[in-house]
Design a protein around this ligand. Structure first.
Ligand SMILES: Nc1ncnc2c1ncn2[C@@H]1O[C@H](COP(=O)(O)OP(=O)(O)OP(=O)(O)O)[C@@H](O)[C@H]1O
Ligand SMILES: [Mg+2]
Length: 340
């Protein structure tokens, strides 16, 4: 299995990438953003520093998010980013290339799986293993997935929401939809444009969502000043934006997630569904932190809903457990080809 060579786990998220190195823990937690010189293709920044550049770059610099909707949208950039992160983890004493586990959304197709395997091997992985995100999320949330009882985990990430019912260590029913935090941000941008004639950037939208956002129309979580450009006059403008407005803006993507969860429950065998009603649904991912999310979800679905501890790190924690558990290794990982 994983012998003396270095082993690395990567949660390549649409919004954030986390890297785990066996024996060291989670060593990297950075936004999945890369900035490079448009002409020379030299990397200018990765992670937080690159995120700062989004929407602010001159023509000579590209700041891109290489993943969209949970899949690779820009292959070259994904490979560059993986190479950059893998290089950061490599110590000079160990010359051998690492073995790498990459977590992927459950709906990823064969072509995209191959693209990820290839990008990782090009980036310096000796052998790459794929692990489905819902499984990793459930393990990382500390759920007992091996018992003959239904467990439901909903991972609300930046690009996708992964929904899965797990029993006896395997996924019984699952669905992955491309609705996550990014869609909430886009909905805020659209709303502000329609209602206030104001054009704002995606970072501003995300910041206001995290600061005062709520999906619960009864909650009053305050107001925030947002700045952008008046698209009638073309001049800079700022407005006060209330949590009620954020709620109206994001209600559509929220209910899309709820409907997807309902449809997975409808397809779940009755014995497992009754286990879930008893134990409740566990939410992971950054979206689970949105104010009112789990409460309203519980009211809509009529099942208790809990947020996992440290929800944004559940997937990488789950992947890290695969290094220690032959059972997880055998059952939950798909090995790619070996390279020397
Ligand atoms: N406190 C918060 N309130 C609301 N949303 C939040 C909060 N913190 C983070 N988010 C959102 O969570 C999302 C990122 O979550 P996460 O890091 O789990 O996604 P990811 O793993 O990168 O994406 P994916 O799994 O879809 O590929 C972003 O859209 C971010 O805006
Ligand atoms: Mg994720």
């Amino acid at each position: 299995m994983f012998g003396l060579s270095m082993t690395v786990g990567i949660d390549l998220g649409t919004a954030n990438t986390r890297v785990y190195v066996k024996g060291k823990g989670i060593v990297i937690r950075e936004p999945t953003v890369i900035a490079l010189d448009a002409e020379t293709r030299k990397i200018m920044a990765v992670g937080k520093n690159a995120r700062m550049m989004i929407g602010r770059t001159p023509g000579s610099i590209l700041a891109v998010r290489p993943l969209k909707d949970g899949v690779i949208a820009n292959y070259e950039m994904t490979e560059e980013m993986l190479r950059y992160f893998l290089n950061l983890t490599r110590s000079r004493r160990i010359l051998m290339k690492p073995k790498v586990i990459v977590c992927i959304p459950s709906g990823v197709t064969g072509i995209h799986k191959r693209a990820i395997l290839e990008a990782a091997s090009e980036a310096g992985s000796r052998q790459t293993f794929l692990m489905e995100e819902p499984m990793a999320a459930a393990i990382g949330a500390g759920l007992n997935i091996w018992e003959p009882s239904g467990t439901m985990v909903v991972d609300i990430g930046g690009g996708t929401t992964d929904i899965a019912v797990i029993s006896l260590g395997g996924i019984v029913t699952a669905d992955s939809c491309t609705v996550g935090g990014d869609r909430f941000d886009e909905a805020i941008i659209r709303y502000v444009r329609q209602e206030h004639n104001l054009t704002i950037g995606e970072r501003t939208a995300e910041d206001v969502k995290i600061q005062i956002g709520s999906v619960d129309p009864r909650a009053n979580t305050g107001t925030a000043e947002i700045k952008g450009r008046d698209f009638v006059t073309g001049l800079p403008k700022s407005i006060d934006f209330s949590s009620g407005e954020v709620c109206r803006a994001i209600s559509e993507p929220f209910y899309e997630i709820i409907n997807n969860v309902k449809s997975v429950l409808e397809r779940t065998p009755p014995e497992l569904a009754s286990d879930i009603v008893e134990k409740g649904i566990v939410c992971t991912g950054g979206g689970a932190l949105l104010n009112g999310f789990t409460m309203l979800m519980s009211e809509e679905i009529r099942v208790p809903v809990h947020v996992a501890e440290d929800p944004m790190n559940c997937v990488i924690i789950g992947a890290s457990k695969a290094f220690e558990s032959p059972e997880i290794f055998r059952n939950s990982l798909v090995p790619g080809p070996k390279f020397m």
